[in-house]
Design a protein around this ligand. Structure first.
Ligand SMILES: O=P(O)(O)OC[C@H]1O[C@H](OP(=O)(O)OP(=O)(O)O)[C@H](O)[C@@H]1O
Ligand SMILES: Nc1ncnc2[nH]cnc12
Length: 184
């Protein structure tokens, strides 16, 4: 699918985030022809950029722990946890964890995928801030929300740096608080 719309900052009063958004690199035809890939790596490599993203992701949200989604959600999720004084849990692709508490299979645009929760991490009743880099079709964040709820925990919010609105991922996350710093 071709995505040709510029990136918008959802909170336009956040000047730090506006500067950070300018560091996103757009790569046409990656990973396949017709896709405009938004590469947030240069934004995260910039100290002020990372700070802007981290503080906006955790702002005005009550949470006890962060769950970051493999792989780019680990980078941002761990930074948010550190900044807001919580621990972090990595929700992983299959075959990586020695002891699995639970797993959820989900649909991708093409095919299926699985996310796993590591054992002895998430406790019943905890409020969880789920963090990933991008919301596309919503399958990944939907699976992350299910893993959290199946553990008896609560989803405080599902927060991403960038939402690709044309893919309508929010529709799969009805009832969840979805926080996207940037939209394209
Ligand atoms: O909303 P969805 O359609 O589910 O897509 C969003 C997911 O796709 C990308 O991950 P990818 O599977 O490419 O993994 P990576 O982070 O390991 O590169 C991105 O990092 C999100 O996790
Ligand atoms: N266009 C895109 N840019 C960056 N990450 C993505 N994940 C899914 N689609 C993407």
């Amino acid at each position: 699918m071709t995505e040709q719309v510029a990136v918008q900052v959802t909170d336009e009063s956040d000047l730090d985030l506006r500067r950070a958004a300018a560091l996103i690199r757009e790569v046409p035809d990656f990973p396949e022809p017709g896709v405009l890939f938004r590469d947030i790596s240069p934004m995260l490599a910039d100290g002020a950029g990372l700070r802007a993203v981290v503080s906006a992701l955790g702002r005005d949200c009550q949470f006890d722990v962060v769950a970051g989604v493999e792989a780019r959600g680990f980078l941002v999720g761990a930074a948010v946890a550190q900044a807001f004084g919580t621990g972090v849990i990595g929700l992983r692709k299959p075959g990586k964890l020695p002891v699995v508490a639970d797993r959820v299979d989900y649909e991708l645009e093409y095919g299926r995928a699985t996310l796993e929760l590591p054992a002895d991490t998430l406790r019943s009743g905890q409020r969880v801030l789920i963090v990933d880099d991008v919301l596309a079709t919503g399958g990944t964040l939907g699976a992350a929300c299910r893993l959290v709820r199946q553990a008896g925990a609560e989803v405080a919010a599902a927060a991403v740096v960038l939402e690709l609105t044309a893919l309508e991922g929010r529709d799969k996350l009805m009832g969840e608080e979805v926080r996207a710093l940037l939209q394209a």
